[in-house]
Design a protein around this ligand. Structure first.
Ligand SMILES: NC(=O)c1ccc[n+]([C@@H]2O[C@H](COP(=O)([O-])OP(=O)(O)OC[C@H]3O[C@@H](n4cnc5c(N)ncnc54)[C@H](OP(=O)(O)O)[C@@H]3O)[C@@H](O)[C@H]2O)c1
Length: 326
């Protein structure tokens, strides 16, 4: 079958289309004829070698398509069924056939969801629900701040916060061109990230935010911690800026009643596949009903390197997906 591989770590042009062996599902797994594969910041990190994986490596943490074959001990899934799936534990989504745990597969039967959009839901929308519900334990009426609010996961976090009963939901963006895009995803207010420290008091009546979700890192990490209300929770879930790690003082958390938590969907899905699967079902259902708006742009699989370059430029809004058989 055809797959995009990482033969060596490096810039986007290392990606190439290869012929590789069709993977077969083992016990508890299914294989999927891939229609679309989501293109994510995570795959850029694999390609750069930030995550040490055996080479050559087929990246791809999420797909949509049709069940191709069902391994032993799998119930409730059948060949031909349309599905969205997380392939995040072992990757392999940038390919004509991908294999994953049956727990991480959501059937799409009867749902009004195109396969292009369905490929964009498993990572970012599932993460949005898990981060806010399971990690931040959001309460009705709480205020939420989300960085990179026009991006793939940022566009989902604001909407998920609203669905989970948040009060004011505020986004930050890196530049003015993204302000209107982020507003279009339902944020009450959108501010330039550099201006956040001066805006927190005005946006929250001097209290700070109950929840701050930071996937940008660097100066945003420090500003996020400073922006927390008493009993506020900062969720660390990425470092898109590529900045050095930012230290957090335990004493500061102690004296100010602040909490810092981390979330990583790959590690969560490996440790708690049934929970990740439930969150995936919730995300897929919300996207199909229109409660979650997911904006996608599709490129052919062969243009995976271009998708990576665009993600790395920081200029994308919404989500890119790669058309495989779609
Ligand atoms: N922990 C998890 O399980 C999990 C799940 C999903 C995503 N993530 C992480 O969340 C982050 C965003 O992922 P995504 O899929 O939403 O990607 P994305 O749509 O490409 O969003 C990334 C955004 O980060 C901002 N950014 C700031 N500095 C940047 C830089 N130097 N280069 C590129 N972008 C920069 C940009 O927004 P502005 O222009 O607004 O600054 C950019 O649009 C990534 O770090 C990813 O690893 C983590």
């Amino acid at each position: 079958m055809k797959a995009v591989t990482i033969p060596a770590f490096g810039e986007a042009d290392v990606l190439r289309v290869d012929e590789v062996k069709v993977p077969e599902p083992g016990p508890g797994q299914v294989s999927i004829d891939v229609a679309y594969a989501g293109a994510n910041f995570a795959e850029v990190l694999y390609r750069r070698g930030v995550v040490d994986v055996p080479l050559p490596f087929v990246p791809g943490i999420e797909v949509s398509g049709h069940v191709r074959a069902v391994g032993p001990e799998v119930e409730g899934l059948r060949p031909g069924q349309p599905v969205a799936a997380l392939t995040i534990v072992d990757s392999g989504g940038y390919a004509e056939v991908a294999v994953t745990s049956a727990d991480l597969v959501a059937p799409l039967d009867g749902l009004d969801l195109g396969l292009d959009v369905a490929a964009a839901v498993p990572s970012n929308s599932t993460t949005a629900f898990l981060v806010l519900d399971r990690v931040a334990r959001i309460e009705p009426g709480e205020t939420v701040l989300v960085h990179a609010a026009a991006g793939g996961v940022g566009s989902q976090l604001g909407q998920a916060a609203r669905l989970l009963g948040a009060g004011r939901v505020v986004g930050t963006v890196g530049g003015p061109a993204k302000i209107e895009t982020a507003r279009g995803f339902g944020y009450d207010d959108v501010v330039l990230r550099d201006e956040l420290p001066d805006r927190v008091a005005g946006l929250t009546g001097g209290r700070g935010f109950d929840i701050v979700v930071d996937m940008v890192g660097g100066p945003a990490r420090r500003a996020s911690l400073d922006a927390l209300a008493p009993m506020g929770r900062m969720i660390v879930m990425g470092n898109a800026s590529g900045a050095d790690d930012v230290g957090v003082s335990a004493n500061e958390l102690w004296f100010a009643n602040k909490t810092v938590s981390g979330f990583n969907l790959a590690a969560f899905s490996a440790a708690f596949p049934a929970d990740a699967g439930r969150a995936l079902h919730r995300a897929v259902t919300a996207a199909a009903s229109g409660d979650l708006r997911v904006r996608v742009e599709s490129l052919p699989l062969e243009r995976a390197a271009e998708a990576h370059r665009r993600i790395e430029s920081g200029a994308t809004t919404g989500k890119l997906v790669l058309a495989v058989r779609g």
